[in-house]
Design a protein around this ligand. Structure first.
Ligand code: KG4
Ligand code: ZN
Length: 341
């Protein structure tokens, strides 16, 4: 079954064709992030306008480079939420038009559930269920128990900032990048040979017997350290300070996330742990989780880096495994959709 999917939840305009939820046939991605870099944050109106400009070329490129014809698609799929309303409606309207013209079903997809399915595309073996799935991105940090396709139980999530938001704000405080600086922060952390700020940041909620997270306190603690000129002198200068802070910040996130996941493995007796979302591209988190999860004899799945951040590939995969077509007039953008509906 070939599904043509569209993703326009934020500042990426993406389309992809995936066969049977697992084999990538074609994928295109355009992004307006350079424009948001200029303003130091996303301007929803600008993102929506860029979606309108990019949507037709992205659709054309995806079908043309596949060597297939639109008539050969078995269904269309589209991200309906969560995301920015102005961006979402562009993709939803385009997908409805395609489904209408080619007289094929349209499958609505939850963006957060989509991130999880990056673990099903182009893999030797699909993840075994039940699984714990962590969606960790710029807008969300959600932990769910996945008993089967379409059978997700919410275990917990962030009570304030998403992990990616904390990465981005820390990168900004360190003067690395104004917008989406998670990857830059990670590069800086990797260059740190000795963490001079070890255990100087809190591990919020690490001891709490729940599966919720809180990252805003971590961000505030980073701010306090950055504002303290004394600490900078103590650790031996600005460069050493910045590298150590990046290292300590990543360690704090990885400690909290891995501790909660290990507790959930024991409580729910799962066969696998899956991660997805932009922060799932973080090398430190990937290696810490892989080491700890596999020690317990549980399979660990992480998508290749290119499928961590937003794209339409996993939207097509999620649509295949949650093949629930709706009448076109019942499919609408829902900017505040949660991971379990
Ligand atoms: O999933 P995504 O593309 O968009 C949302 O749905 O939010 O995630 C974007 C987030 C941003 O916060 C970005 O800084 C973060 O993922 N990110 C990273 C890395 N690559 C992207 N955070 C930490 N380490 C990385 N290597
Ligand atoms: Zn995302």
């Amino acid at each position: 079954m070939k599904i043509f999917a569209i993703e326009t939840s934020c500042d990426e305009t993406a389309a992809a064709i995936v066969e049977n939820g697992a084999t990538l046939l074609s994928s295109t991605l355009a992004t307006s992030k350079d424009f948001h870099e200029i303003t130091g944050g996303i301007v929803p109106e600008v993102a929506a306008r860029k979606q309108v400009e990019a949507i037709v070329p992205v659709i054309e490129q995806t079908i043309n480079s596949s060597g297939l014809k639109m008539q050969e698609m078995d269904a269309f799929a589209v991200t309906v939420g969560p995301g920015l309303i102005g961006s979402l409606v562009v993709g939803v309207a385009a997908a409805k038009a395609l489904a209408f013209v080619y007289n094929k079903p349209l499958i609505p997809v939850n963006h957060l559930v989509g991130h999880i399915y990056a673990n099903w595309v182009d893999v030797a073996e699909p993840p075994k269920l039940p699984a714990l799935a962590l969606v960790i991105s710029g807008g969300h940090t959600d932990l769910v128990l996945m008993r089967g396709h379409g059978n997700l139980e919410y275990l917990g999530g962030t009570l304030d900032d998403a992990a990616g938001e904390a990465f981005d704000k820390t990168a900004r405080l360190l003067g690395l990048k104004k917008y989406l600086g998670g990857a830059e922060l990670s590069k800086l952390a990797a260059s740190c040979e000795k963490n001079m700020l070890k255990d100087k940041l809190p591990r919020p909620k690490i001891k709490d017997e729940d599966y919720d997270f809180s990252f805003s306190g971590l961000k505030t603690a980073v701010k306090r350290l950055v504002e303290s000129t004394e600490i900078e002198k103590e650790v031996g200068g600005a460069e050493l300070f910045a590298k150590s802070l990046a290292r300590e910040f990543e360690d704090a996130v990885s400690d909290v996330v891995s501790t909660k996941i290990l507790r959930a493995i024991k409580e729910f007796n799962v066969k696998s742990v899956l991660i997805g979302g932009g922060v799932a591209a973080n090398q430190n988190l990937r290696s810490v989780l892989e080491a700890k999860v596999t020690t317990l004899g549980v399979n660990f799945h992480m998508p290749p880096m290119k499928y961590c951040t937003d794209n339409a590939v996993y939207i097509a995969s999620a649509a295949f495994f949650n093949n629930d077509p709706y009448p076109l007039d019942k499919i609408n953008a829902n900017p505040s959709l949660g991971i379990v509906g």
